[in-house]
Design a protein around this ligand. Structure first.
Ligand code: B12
Length: 296
């Protein structure tokens, strides 16, 4: 299970409630692990997570035992009929990775388009797009994927997520949010995802592309009367110029425009981000919560 799925099951369905350390890290008990395992097995057998997430561990054990017995008694022919609906995201993910390894952009695009039709937008993001990017990075790092394969997949995902942005109709009166990455930050998929999510939440999301100097972001914000600016910071974690760039951005924007910052490297710049009063949601689910609070 990916961390995204575990967190979504936790937040959206209350499947487990892990303890927290003083630094707010999650600590899963043996029972939490057992619950997640049982829930995973049950969803693979066709159960919907929403219907079973809060059942007691004991009744989950019984339910899984019953479902697995049923499946065994139906024989191997029946497995195809036990449609792992909830696991569609996982299947698409594997198919996308395989297509990337085959350098098959057509299949990759088709898988993403198919998932767009079958899955809700948050599930599509949290169970397919984000884990796909993370797995591409991991496989590249581990040497099981070539740079060309990763680049092909990134290009396909970039154009797919970009097309989702264009496809959303938002009233002209909706508050505007500019989305970009600051100067020196070239990884843009996080920003694109943030733009898609903001648009789905009813914002007029204006994606400016990556790697923009503070003055360009501020001038675009003035031109489009933006309520907020969202930035994605992914790599590197130690850019000596980024703190100053963020300070400039706050000065140019003035105090009233909200700055929201996410991305895997954002916590490395916490000090500078705190200084400019940036909202720092740890993930895209928390981003939605912040967006709703700002609108409210
Ligand atoms: C695609 C990719 C590239 C592409 C980017 C193309 C593009 N147009 O974006 C290219 C090929 C250019 C590239 C280049 C490099 N990359 Co690269 N890349 C990736 C990869 C595979 C995906 C990045 C991505 O889009 N992630 C998806 C986002 C959505 O995930 P995320 O950043 O974790 O964000 C999460 C949250 O933080 C949140 N979020 C993100 N943005 C925002 C914004 C807001 C407002 C909010 C609220 C939330 C939010 O959403 C996500 C889900 O929760 C990652 C692997 C990975 N694990 O991410 C490596 C990775 C980031 N790259 C890495 C490296 C090392 C490089 C290079 C140095 C490689 C090289 N030797 O040349 C260069 C650096 C280029 C540069 N000048 O900076 C490393 C960084 C390691 C580190 N120390 O941090 C990674 C992690 C790969 C790895 N496993 O080692 N890369």
């Amino acid at each position: 299970m990916t961390p995204q799925v575990i967190r979504a099951w936790e937040k959206r369905y209350g499947a487990v409630t892990p303890h927290r350390t003083e630094t707010n890290r999650r600590l899963y008990s043996n029972e939490d692990v057992e619950r997640l395992t049982l829930l995973r097995r049950a969803t693979l057998l066709g159960r919907s997570i929403g219907q079973i997430a809060t059942q007691s561990t004991e009744s989950l054990r019984a339910l899984v035992a019953e479902d697995e017995a049923l499946q065994r008694s139906a024989g191997p022919e029946s497995t195809a009929q036990v449609v792992p609906r909830k696991d569609l995201g996982g299947r698409v993910l594997n198919a996308c990775l395989e297509a990337a390894k085959q350098l098959d952009a057509v299949t990759l695009q088709r898988e993403l388009d198919g998932a767009f039709v079958s899955l809700s937008r948050p599930v599509l993001m949290s169970e397919v797009v984000v884990p796909l990017m993370q797995m591409l990075g991991a496989e590249w790092r581990e040497g099981t994927m070539r740079v060309s394969q990763e680049h092909l997949a990134t290009a396909a995902v970039r154009s797919f997520v970009g097309s989702l942005n264009g496809a959303q109709h938002v009233p002209i009166s909706a508050p505007a949010i500019l989305v970009t990455t600051p100067h020196g930050q070239v990884h843009e998929i996080g920003a694109l995802l943030a733009a898609t999510i903001a648009a789905a939440d009813g914002w007029r999301a204006i994606y400016l592309g990556p790697n923009l100097p503070a003055e360009e972001i501020a001038s675009a914000a003035a031109q489009r009367e933006a309520h907020a600016v969202a930035l994605s910071i992914v790599y590197p974690t130690d850019d000596p110029h980024l703190g100053a760039e963020l300070g400039k951005l706050r000065r140019f924007l003035g105090p009233d425009i909200h700055i929201i910052v996410g991305g895997r490297a954002a916590p490395s710049y916490r000090h500078a981000l705190d200084e400019i009063g940036a909202i720092q949601p740890p993930d895209l689910d928390a981003f939605v919560v912040e967006l709703q609070a700002l609108r409210g």
